[in-house]
Write a protein that binds this ligand. Structure first.
Ligand code: JCE
Length: 425
């Protein structure tokens, strides 16, 4: 691998170039690193590389003419990468691609960065090492250099590649232990001293899954899980946020066709489908707000049929889902019921298909970390404005950036629950 680093501070890299595996790789010619200093391409007496930003604002910007000449000086530069917080997040798969390129030029900015015309003119690949800001690209370039160099054949010095490809690929590493077997009263897990290679492999895989689920569940998506992994994940106890979430299906006050507030009647399918979705997502309960006496009776007979009657015997899964459902005459009664059940007044999150909302879906997830939440969904043409005003937050319409927003409430609730509780994996 051959890397050229364009930097105002070549000396920044000195210690890395003379340390451990990198020093050996440079010596053996497995890796070659050279440096280009843009200051050598400045044309004035003071060797100026930066200037004030057009449009004003703090700090300085690196000049495109100076940086441009520095880049032109690089012979067959290969894949050209600019380190920047706006870049594509560096991960192992990108590191693999960059290592495979074999020839890289890493462009490190300083100050407020490099004039934007440079990346347009040179088609630089923007790469970031994380969502934090550094004072320049050098520390980021070091991360990229180390991640790619260790994937270069011969870098590691033994036949081991830089990746334990087959085993924990895409998952967090299992915990490692060495001697002594007992240290300050803490023993190494017995399985590791059992000599049973099969059990050790299984334990390590499960620990990798456990660590990943607890700390970086987002990684599970790309991890290539097999059936055994999925079964292991199902066995791992985890905190279920849905336990603090209550769904409230509101039939009054909601907007009617004419735009005025009023009450609407029950829809049998709403009750069935919402309770099943709620059960699937592990919700605490579903409260149906319905002030009309005949409609309340209808709800009660429906629930009785499916929970205790012939329906329950024929369809126990349905009974389990519908056992989550309670009726209430008013929203106040629903809030009082949840307060009584949990001992705390729930945070109230209202949904609407109109307006901008003031609460993002992830915020409801954060509320749930602190206490119970009642999620309001309106039948008819949506929750009345007075309900939205009284809520602790109004959620953004599900398709708030699009024009058509006429989702059936059953579907909207399913999507909403997945937005709040859905596993991104
Ligand atoms: C850099 C700066 C943006 C103002 C050149 C920061 C990469 N993952 C990363 N975090 N930070 C960087 C990075 C890379 C190059 C430069 N800055 C500082 N960046 C806005 C200032 C300048």
């Amino acid at each position: 691998m051959h890397v050229t680093i364009v930097t105002l501070f070549p000396e920044y890299f000195d210690s890395v170039m003379s340390t451990a595996l990198m020093a050996k790789a440079l010596e053996r010619g497995v890796v070659r690193v050279d440096f280009v200093d843009p200051r050598d391409f400045a044309e004035d007496r003071h060797r100026t590389v930066d200037d004030k930003p057009y449009g004003g604002g703090p700090g300085m910007v690196m000049r495109p003419d100076v940086v441009g000449r520095a880049l032109e000086s690089v012979e067959s530069p290969g894949l050209m990468v600019q380190l920047t917080p706006r870049g594509r997040p560096l991960d192992q798969s990108l590191a693999r691609d960059l290592a495979a390129a074999g020839r890289l030029t890493l462009v490190c900015g300083r100050y407020e960065g490099i004039d934007a015309r440079v990346e347009a003119a040179w088609d630089l690949l923007n790469v970031s090492v994380g969502d934090f800001v550094l004072s320049g690209g050098e520390a980021a370039a070091l991360c990229l250099l180390e991640a790619t160099a260790r994937l270069t054949p011969g870098f590691m010095g033994h036949e081991d590649s830089g990746e334990e490809e087959s085993f924990s690929a895409g998952l967090l590493e299992y915990p490692q232990y060495t001697r002594p077997e007992e240290w300050n009263g803490r023993r190494v897990p017995r399985v590791l001293t059992s000599g049973d290679h099969g059990r050790i492999q299984a334990w390590r895989r499960e620990e990798s899954l456990r660590q990943t689920l607890a700390r970086r569940p987002d990684l599970l998506q790309g991890a290539g899980l097999d059936r055994g992994d999925v079964e292991a994940l199902r066995r791992i106890a985890r905190h279920r946020l849905g336990r603090g979430l209550w769904l409230c299906l509101v039939h009054w006050p909601v907007l009617l066709k004419d735009g005025r507030p009023g009450a609407v009647s029950l829809t049998n399918l709403d009750i069935h489908d919402m309770s099943r979705v709620s059960r699937s997502y592990g919700l605490a309960g579903v409260v149906v707000v319905q002030p009309l006496a005949d409609q309340r009776e209808l709800l009660d007979s429906l629930l009785a049929h499916w929970r205790e009657g012939a329906g329950a015997r024929a369809n126990p899964d349905r009974a389990e889902a519908l056992s989550l459902v309670r009726g209430a005459s008013t929203l106040e009664e629903a809030v009082a019921y949840v307060t009584e059940q949990t001992g705390v007044r729930p945070g109230i999150a209202a949904t609407t298909a109109r307006g901008a909302g003031d609460t993002a879906w992830v915020e409801v997830r954060q509320w749930l970390e602190r206490g119970p939440v009642l999620l309001l969904a309106g039948t008819g043409h949506g929750l009345a404005p007075e309900v939205l005003d009284a809520a602790d937050g109004v959620l953004r319409p599900l398709r708030y950036m699009d024009g058509y927003n006429h989702m059936p409430v059953r579907s909207a609730v399913a999507i909403a629950l997945d937005r709040i509780l859905g596993d991104a994996y």
